[in-house]
Design a protein around this ligand. Sequence first.
Ligand code: GAR
Length: 212
Amino acid sequence: MIKIAVLVSGNGSNLQALIDAHLSGKIVGVISNKPDAFALQRAQHANIDTAVIEHKQYPNREAFDAAMHQQLLAWDVDLVVLAGFMRILSAEFVQAWEGKMLNIHPSLLPNYKGMHTHQRVLNTGDTLHGCTVHYVTAELDAGQALTQGVLKVDLHDTVDSLAERVHVLEHLIYPQAVEWICNGTLQHIATGQVLYKGQALTRPIQFANFNI
Ligand code: GAR
């Protein structure tokens, strides 16, 4: 069985979506860099082991990442799932978990890497927006995209309404992508290629839900 660790910094609604999708049996631990993250309570409520590793307690990014790496090894983790984890990871850590670490980002990558994605979508006047599950590589938000949830931007949308609508999509596509990795539907192979149902994945699988 694949053993999953989830890394969080805040509310943890994506962690909750994974738990609600019956993946909690596979989640061996949750790491938070913030001791007051509500995500920790969600994990404890689901009887999942938790570890608080505060970045502020470490002299630099590498030392903080090394502490997380040790915890992941102690849990014998196969897959690391970033769920609202708001720290940039060192190249060494990313390399150690390459092909085994996922992130969800609130935009249709490669559009709008980084922060404030909803505001930037509104500023540009885009008609479509959404979220992307991707592998984590050293370059921020640039690893191979696996799946995307797509919605239509409404004339009345604000940053808050887009954040809320994108969250609903995230809660659908993240458990699905993790499930697909667990059951081999999605595979990261030694060449660095990603296979979907045995075929090379050339573009992300998109879920367009225009009712959200
Ligand atoms: C999610 O919207 C996720 O896409 C975003 O943080 C939020 C966490 O929500 N992640 C990033 O922006 C990473 N660059 P949650 O704590 O309720 O799951």
